[in-house]
Ligand binder design. Structure first.
Ligand SMILES: [Zn+2]
Length: 462
């Protein structure tokens, strides 16, 4: 099945596009959608000067495009989605394979490999080259916004945040970038922590930390509540949001998520709170789970699941096959009313050695790993509207009349067809124009790998 020609015209009417209804916002109350078994409907999408002028059920009377000078394109039921958001990435670590390997695929191996690489290689030029490469991958796959965590150690933070701000400017209008300072929770109580908060505040960033009980330990630290209260109070004083790496472990005694929610309620934190991973919750007893989810709902804690890295790192033991999938309780969280999104997390680094900043690939894996099917109708929310809600303030992730027409067309008529092939031939139709962002060549990265000849082709401008 080949795509019909998409004209370069100021007014385009995409006829018979199949759109999951969970990706349509502000649907006219008069519209009558004929949903299919996967919760999608045939929609006519009118694009006027790069904006979504109207969305209406296909083939119904009262066509708003009649006599409007729109050029018709019949999509014959192909899926059309808003461009993706990746609400949790690590663009400072991306692409450091193969110079930074993880010898046994373990969490500790990942931390050590990544730290050694940072100390040795993370110059301004190195970070910029890899981040820009990642952004071009993401643009090619139809990603319109990324929130990245940035390792923010004393000797690294300033360099990395400078590069981030330069690239945020360079990519403005194509990929919206947000950044989170990733550090130990106790760092904010130190003199460097104050400097880091200044840096984050000046860059319009988000306060982050990693919080997990190490393997083998059974008791939560005595000072954890005080430490969390201080983190929330410091962030609140500066009007910053918080985005944390939480319980990324198979140690069921790691109950940071519950402590975070209690601290947020205790301190009356006014900003947005997002917690990523939350793996160990899946290993706790039903009463503990229910209590934690109720606290998260009360504290408006949003959750990001990172199934690719979890599947790779959790329950990894040398010579043994994993017995659990490593992911958190997404179904239960959604049922408890929490906003849950899916993020891409690490790409080609010691925490996850695969990936290409393609959120469709991440969503496809999430559907399979987390059983987001039967029914599948709401699964697309996790990489669209839910991610937008957790990132805050972005007019992305849903189709809404009046917003910029930032769309992806797929050569698939159903969600099943979408999820069964990689959709490498998708068309990114950004503000009425087919995006020609090419996939960058891995050879471009050769110059960053010691001992590899720098035979990279000239870099394509994004
Ligand atoms: Zn992460």
């Amino acid at each position: 099945m080949r795509y019909p020609d998409i004209p370069t015209a100021p007014r385009i009417a995409l006829r018979r596009a199949r759109v999951p209804l969970c990706l349509i916002e502000s649907v006219p109350s008069t519209a009558t959608w004929e949903q299919d078994a996967e919760g999608a409907a045939l929609v006519d999408i009118l694009i006027d000067q790069g904006r979504l002028a109207a969305l209406s059920p296909s083939g119904q009377p009262g066509d708003p495009a009649r006599d409007g000078g729109f050029v018709d394109v019949d999509l014959a039921g192909r899926q059309v989605w808003p461009m993706f958001l990746d609400c949790h990435a690590h663009l400072d670590k991306t692409q450091i394979l193969p110079r930074a390997s993880n010898p046994d695929g373990s969490f500790s191996g990942a931390r050590e490999g990544s730290m050694a690489d940072r100390l040795r290689h993370w110059s301004r030029a190195d970070i910029e080259k890899r981040m820009d490469f990642a952004l071009r991958c993401a643009a090619h796959h139809g990603v319109a916004a990324i929130r990245t965590h940035l390792d923010s150690h004393a000797e690294q933070a300033e360099t990395t945040w400078e590069v981030f701000q330069d690239l945020r400017e360079k990519w403005r209008g194509r990929i919206t970038l947000q950044a989170v300072a990733l550090a130990g929770a106790d760092i904010y109580a130190t003199p460097f922590g104050e400097r880091l908060l200044d840096l984050v505040g000046e860059a319009g960033g988000i306060v982050g930390a990693f919080l997990r009980l190490p393997d083998g330990e059974t008791r939560m630290p005595d000072d954890i509540d005080e430490s969390l209260d201080q983190l929330f109070e410091r962030a609140a004083r500066r009007g910053l949001d918080v985005d944390l790496h939480v319980d990324e472990t198979g140690n069921a005694a790691s109950r940071m998520l519950e402590r975070i929610a209690r601290s947020a309620l205790r301190t009356g934190f006014p900003g947005r709170i997002v917690c990523g991973h939350c793996c160990s919750l899946a290993l706790q007893d039903a009463r503990q789970v229910q209590e934690t989810l109720e606290l998260c709902a009360a504290a408006h804690v949003g959750i990001i699941t990172l199934p690719t890295a979890n599947l790779y790192l959790q329950d990894r033991r040398t010579g043994a096959t994993p017995r659990w999938r490593g992911v958190t309780l997404v179904r239960e969280m959604l049922a408890a009313g929490l906003t849950v999104a899916v993020g891409g997390d690490n790409v080609r680094d010691p925490f996850f050695p695969y990936g290409d900043h393609d959120m469709l690939d991440t969503l496809r894996q999430a559907v399979r790993i987390l059983h987001l099917d039967h029914p599948i109708a709401d699964a697309p929310r996790l990489s669209g509207p839910n991610a937008a809600r957790l990132m805050g303030g972005l007019d992305l992730g849903s189709l809404r009349p009046g917003s910029a027409a930032r769309l992806i067309l797929f050569n698939a008529r159903s969600l099943n067809e979408m999820m069964s092939r990689p959709q490498s031939d998708r068309l990114v139709l950004d503000r009425g124009r087919i995006s020609a962002a090419p996939l960058p060549d891995y050879a471009e990265l050769d110059a960053l790998i010691p001992g590899r000849s720098a035979s990279a082709p000239k870099e394509n401008a994004p």
